[in-house]
Design a protein around this ligand. Structure first.
Ligand code: ATP
Length: 197
């Protein structure tokens, strides 16, 4: 089964405002797309609609294949040491976290409680959790936030590898990313003023 992520004529309403409307996309294996736009335009809201966590005001979403979401909530038990927190999810995913801990440069931090990790270390841990999931569809909300330059390059390489091996990546980011053939969906074009229905 080939992964597929499509949306047709999406609109998003939050409170009394329609944030955007008429948003469509059609992503097939290998596709990388960046959602761009100013603060508050609705990038996170669009990601959450595509993840199935927020109901669109209008339009439809079609998902085929498992979805992995990375956002500011890293979903790792803050009381547990990093190794155990990642192993908890790895066990559910029937995999091992070790290779992902190594790849994300987290070796040596396995015994440190998640709550003591720095911002960038937590983001790397969330990326380790993401890569361990082996989901074909990645929805990434500001994945570069908090990463140092080496972390940014690493994240770009992860996304590029994911797409090169048939994955789909949709990334909300204020920063350009060095990903081959990455397209841009500029949300600004769809912004509306106050909702007046
Ligand atoms: N539950 C909610 N109820 C009402 N308004 C909300 C709710 N959640 C978010 N909003 C509003 O929706 C708008 C879009 O928020 P969203 O987080 O999607 O924007 P964004 O483009 O991701 O912003 P940023 O670039 O700052 O991360 C904001 O004005 C925000 O205040």
């Amino acid at each position: 089964m080939q992964a597929h992520l499509a949306a047709t004529d999406l609109a998003c309403r939050r409170g009394e405002r329609v944030l955007f409307r008429g948003v469509s996309l059609d992503l097939h294996p290998g596709a990388a797309c960046r959602i761009a736009g100013p603060n508050g335009i609705g990038k996170t809201s669009l990601i959450r609609i595509l993840a199935g966590l927020l109901r669109p005001f209008a339009g439809t979403v079609e998902r085929r294949g498992m979805v992995a979401l990375l956002d500011e909530r890293h979903a790792l038990d803050s009381q547990r040491p990093l190794g155990q927190a990642l192993a908890f999810w790895a066990q559910l995913d029937r995999t091992s976290a070790d290779e992902h801990i190594r790849r994300l440069g987290l070796r040596g931090l396995e015994d440190v409680p998640v709550r003591y990790l720095s911002t960038g270390q937590k983001k790397r841990a969330a990326l380790a959790r993401l890569t361990a999931q082996a989901a074909p569809i990645w929805l990434l909300d500001e994945p570069l936030n908090g990463l140092d330059s080496q972390g940014v390059a690493l994240c770009e390489a992860l996304v590029a590898d994911h797409c090169a091996t048939g994955g789909i990546a949709l990334v909300a980011s204020h920063q350009d990313m060095a990903i081959p053939a990455m397209t841009t969906l500029p949300l600004t074009d769809f912004a509306l003023a106050e909702f007046s229905a």
